[in-house]
Design a protein. Structure first.
Length: 127
């Protein structure tokens, strides 16, 4: 059975940065955290070190600089977290989660077409 990865909120933000900017140093990660909070270099460094122990990130030392990379893919983290959220908060009603997301802010025609394709594919699989 595969172990579920549940990063903390800060770890999730750091992973998001590393998925967009692989091989970043601590200063780059800290600067790219766009939640409006100022964090000390040591806070981000400590988080990365803990994440390394959890197997979420890896580091490569070049000279005196450590370069960090995500070791997990976004879907390996997002899927179990979303599934858990839908089960706990919405009684497993995935359609309700989708409804909330669609009502939250405008959705482009392209995104709606992608969603419709996914719905059509799911309908075919369930026949």
């Amino acid at each position: 059975m595969k172990k579920t990865i549940k990063p903390t909120p800060l770890e999730s933000k750091i992973l998001s940065v590393l998925w967009k900017h692989p091989s970043s140093n601590v200063r780059e990660v800290n600067a790219a955290l766009d939640d409006g909070k100022e964090r000390a270099y040591t806070t981000v460094l400590t988080s990365l070190q803990l994440m390394e122990r959890k197997g979420l990130v890896s580091r490569k030392r070049e000279g005196v600089t450590d370069w960090w990379r995500a070791r997990v893919k976004a879907d390996a983290v997002a899927r179990p977290m979303l599934t858990d959220l839908v089960k706990r908060m919405l009684g497993g009603k995935r359609g309700l989660a989708l409804q909330y997301l669609l009502e939250e802010e405008p959705v482009s025609g392209e995104e709606l077409d992608e969603l419709q394709s996914m719905i059509d594919a799911a309908r075919k699989r369930n026949q």
